[in-house]
Design a protein around this ligand. Structure first.
Ligand SMILES: Nc1ncnc2c1ncn2[C@@H]1O[C@H](COP(=O)(O)OP(=O)(O)OP(=O)(O)O)[C@@H](O)[C@H]1O
Ligand SMILES: [Mg+2]
Length: 445
């Protein structure tokens, strides 16, 4: 085995693009075992009586806690999985007769992505068994910068790995995709995850094009079905009424997980990822409680579990302790992702930077829209950008609230007139400022 011994002093680490802070005061020696997933160590060693004693990690397979892992079963989502199956039954029973469109909604960490991915694995397996050529492709609209062109390019590259990156419009790629499906007698379920990014960027047109392409060829087999994923149905408000009603026709809403549901989900993960007996029921209950407090966010619970395990390993404990969980909780900001910040538009970043700086300076809990706009104007001057008008900035406030970076609400009685009040609870203002300055200097300017 090719091992390198590294001296590491922790200041910050990052997994899945989240801010994370490890406040270790000591420097330890580790074997770096997993560069790909940036796991920062695999085993610690200590010198005892001249012999090296190896510490065994509390994990048996930490990849089962990875954000992209799709577990074999989804506790408390069986009904929704069956419902999806019902909606898409006709694709297996009479392929080509009709295309399906389903909308999945639910707050952060309620299992929207994993549910559709689990369903994708299931339906492709069922189709294969029946000799039907059906593929499931999962795309994330935010990662594709809300561009139908980039989404379709990713899809078509699954069938055509060397498809040219330039030279075609979204409409042309869509035509070619349908042609490929026809040529290969293939049926496609395309998932558009984080659809709000596509709507924000392109309005109704992209969805309209995706649905119209089949209506334009009434006698041909229906080959393209869609699963759309949104956190809030309100994010579809800007769609034209007919596109919205088509989309909402088959909706599956995922409610936030309760504490006991989170307990079941986490317990499943523990048996997949940890060695037997290292995570007690009490510890699980503690983590489930924290995740439930964060709005039933299973992702946060799983992240806490992983981090708590890491702290146990760092302290070379034989089991995960409550203190490990507390340290994990102090180091994870539940809902704000770094990649969300870097994908924002320039003026959203500038506005957010103004907000972060003002909160840092004033220490206030909330600020008015007027105050936020003043700070934004100062930042615009600094970055030599022309500030945008109130209506546009107000739209940004709505969008930033939609992705969960800030919270905004109308001021209550007692305030003179009604104004939008902005607050920041997911991430410290100074961390947000640091991150924004970084991304603005990289390419956002
Ligand atoms: N019922 C479940 N059983 C097992 N794991 C689950 C379940 N629900 C969610 N998870 C896990 O919780 C994490 C978050 O789930 P997922 O990413 O699907 O949430 P989401 O609703 O798509 O959130 P977001 O709105 O932030 O995209 C993932 O690691 C997922 O595997
Ligand atoms: Mg998701």
């Amino acid at each position: 085995m090719d091992l390198k011994v590294l001296a590491v002093s922790f200041s910050s680490e990052d997994r899945n693009g989240r801010w994370s802070y490890f406040r270790f005061t000591t420097t330890r020696i580790f074997f770096l075992t997993d560069k790909k997933h940036k796991s920062f160590f695999g085993a610690t060693v200590s010198q005892q009586g001249g012999k090296m004693r190896q510490y065994s990690s509390v994990f048996k397979d930490e990849s089962r806690l990875d954000i992209n892992y799709v577990p074999p079963s989804l506790p408390h989502r069986t009904f929704q999985l069956d419902l999806l199956n019902q909606f898409f039954r006709s694709l297996i029973e009479s392929p080509g007769k009709m295309a399906q469109r389903v909308l999945i909604t639910g707050r952060i960490g309620t299992g929207k992505t994993v549910l559709s991915q689990r369903f994708g694995l299931r339906i492709t397996r069922d189709a294969r068994e029946k000799g039907i050529n059906l593929q499931y492709v999962h795309t994330n609209c935010r990662e594709c910068k809300g561009s139908l062109f980039l989404i379709l390019q990713r899809v078509i590259s699954k069938f055509h790995p060397h498809f040219p990156k330039r030279g075609y419009s979204a409409e042309e790629i869509l035509q070619m995709l349908i042609q490929i499906l026809d040529d290969q007698d293939l049926y496609l379920i395309l998932t558009l995850d984080e659809l709000d990014a596509l709507i924000r960027n392109g309005g109704s047109e992209p969805l309209y094009n995706l649905t119209r392409i089949q209506e334009d060829r009434p006698d041909a087999p229906r080959r393209l079905s869609l699963i759309c994923i949104l956190r809030e149905i309100e994010h579809a408000d800007s769609l034209d009424p007919s596109t919205r009603s088509t989309l909402q026709h088959n909706t599956i809403h995922l409610a936030e997980y309760s504490r006991s549901q989170l307990l079941d989900i986490l317990s499943d993960r523990v048996s997949l990822a940890f060695r037997v007996g290292v995570v007690s029921r009490d510890i699980l209950s503690l983590i489930a409680g924290l995740a439930s407090f964060e709005g039933g966010d299973a992702r946060y619970g799983i992240e806490l579990l992983w981090r708590a395990g890491k702290y146990a390993d760092v302290s070379r404990l034989v089991e995960v302790s409550a203190e490990c969980v507390r340290r994990a909780a102090a180091s994870v900001y539940p809902t704000v992702h770094k990649d969300v910040v870097s994908a924002l538009q320039v003026h959203e970043k500038l506005f957010l930077l103004g907000v972060a700086r003002r909160f840092k300076q004033t220490g206030a809990v909330q600020m008015s829209m007027g105050e936020a706009e003043e700070s934004y104007a100062i930042v615009c001057e600094e970055y030599e950008k022309r500030r945008l008008g109130h209506t546009q900035v107000w739209k940004y406030v709505k969008d930033l609230s939609a992705v969960g970076i800030i919270e905004s609400r109308l001021s209550g009685v007692g305030q003179r007139g009604k104004t939008t009040m902005i607050s920041l609870s997911k991430v410290p203002a100074s961390d947000l400022e640091r991150e924004l300055v970084k991304v603005l200097s990289v390419g956002g300017k």
